[in-house]
Design a protein around this ligand. Structure first.
Ligand SMILES: [Fe+2]
Ligand SMILES: [Fe+2]
Length: 292
C-alpha cells in the first residue's frame, strides 16, 4: 500500500471533516414536490401494481424503504466498526493503517449518528434485521480473517455508493437526504480508496482458491445487502390489499433491478483481481443475476 497516498487521505479527513450537525440543513421541512427516494429505486416501481398506488402511497413507499436502507447502512457500519476496533489492537500505533482506521472509525460513528437523526426526522420505524441477517452479520464479523472482512466491507461500500449516487442526483430529492448522501459519498469515497489499495496487496498474493473464496465473500455480502430492503411489512404499512403477493413480485423484480443498477462497480473490482472463474461465475449469475 502506498503510504504517501494513505497519509494524504488522513490529512483530508483531519483538515476537512464534514460535520452532519452543520452540513445538513436539518431545519428544512419536506416540500410538496419532494420525494424520499427516486421512484426507480423503490421496490415496486416497474411492476404493474405500482401504477395502482395513489401519490400518497408512492411517497410513503419511498419513505419507508429509504428508512430501511439507511437503517441497514447504519447497522452494517456499526458491525464494521466492531471489527475495525478489534483489528486496531493488532496494529502498531505508528502504523499508517492504524491511523487511517481511526479516522475511518470516527467518520463511521458520525455517519451512524447522522443516519439515526435522519430516521427520526422522517418519523421512520426501521424493521429489525431478520434472524438470519443478524446471525451471518455477527458470525462473519467475529470469525472471518481481516482480509475477508475488508473484502466484504468494500463490496457493501461500493454497492451502497451507487445507490446513494442515484438518490442524491434525483432532481426532487428532499434536501436533507441529498446532503446526507453527499456527505456519505465524499467520506466513503476515501474509505473505498483506502480499502481497495489495501486489498490489492492481499489479492496480488492470493492464488486460485483464495480468489475464489474472496469472490464468494463479496457475493454473499451483496446478497445480504440486497435482501435487507424489500419488506412485506412496508406493503402492509402503505395499505396494499395483498402485501404477501406484492412481496413475492417485488423480491423477484428487485433482484433484476438491483443487478442492472448496482453491480457494475463491484463486478469491475472483482474482475480486476480475477475473482471470476469456473467456480464463481455461475454463482454470480444465478444468485445475483450479474452479467459476468
Ligand atoms: Fe459510512
Ligand atoms: Fe465506510
Amino acid at each position: 500500500m502506498d503510504v504517501k497516498e494513505v497519509e494524504r487521505l488522513i490529512k483530508i479527513s483531519r483538515e476537512h471533516p464534514l460535520m452532519p450537525e452543520t452540513y445538513i440543513p436539518w431545519q428544512l421541512e419536506l416540500q410538496p414536490d419532494d420525494v424520499f427516494m427516486p421512484e426507480m429505486l423503490t421496490s415496486l416501481h416497474g411492476l404493474e401494481i405500482y401504477n395502482t398506488l395513489t401519490p400518497v402511497q408512492k411517497l410513503e413507499l419511498g419513505r419507508h424503504e429509504l428508512v430501511q436502507v439507511i437503517a441497514s447502512y447504519a447497522w452494517g457500519e456499526c458491525l464494521f466498526c466492531l471489527f475495525m476496533t478489534r483489528h486496531l489492537l493488532t496494529l502498531p500505533m505508528d502504523d499508517v493503517e492504524h491511523q487511517f482506521l481511526l479516522r475511518e472509525l470516527i467518520e463511521e460513528f458520525r455517519h451512524q449518528e447522522m443516519f439515526a437523526r435522519v430516521i427520526a426526522k422522517l418519523g421512520g420505524k426501521p424493521i429489525r434485521q431478520s434472524g438470519l441477517h443478524k446471525f451471518f452479520g455477527e458470525f462473519s464479523n467475529k470469525y472471518l480473517p481481516a482480509d475477508y472482512l475488508f473484502m466484504g466491507s468494500v463490496s457493501v461500500e461500493l454497492v451502497t455508493d451507487v445507490y446513494g449516487n442515484y438518490a442524491r442526483r434525483a432532481p426532487n430529492i428532499y434536501p436533507v437526504l441529498k446532503k446526507m448522501f453527499d456527505l456519505h459519498n465524499i467520506e466513503e469515497g476515501r474509505h473505498i480508496l483506502f480499502t481497495k489499495s489495501l486489498l490489492k496487496t492481499y489479492a496480488d498474493k492470493a492464488g486460485y482458491i483464495k480468489r475464489t473464496l474472496y469472490s464468494y465473500v463479496i457475493l454473499f455480502n451483496i446478497l445480504f445487502v440486497r435482501t435487507m430492503y424489500v419488506k412485506k411489512e412496508i406493503y402492509e404499512r402503505i395499505g396494499l390489499e395483498n402485501p404477501e403477493q406484492a412481496y413475492q413480485l417485488a423480491s423477484k423484480h428487485y433482484k433484476e433491478k438491483f443487478s442492472q443498477t448496482c453491480l457494475k462497480d463491484i463486478t469491475g473490482f472483482v474482475d480486476e483481481w480475477k475473482g471470476f472463474n469456473n467456480l464463481t461465475r455461475w454463482a454470480w449469475r444465478w444468485v445475483l443475476g450479474a452479467k459476468v
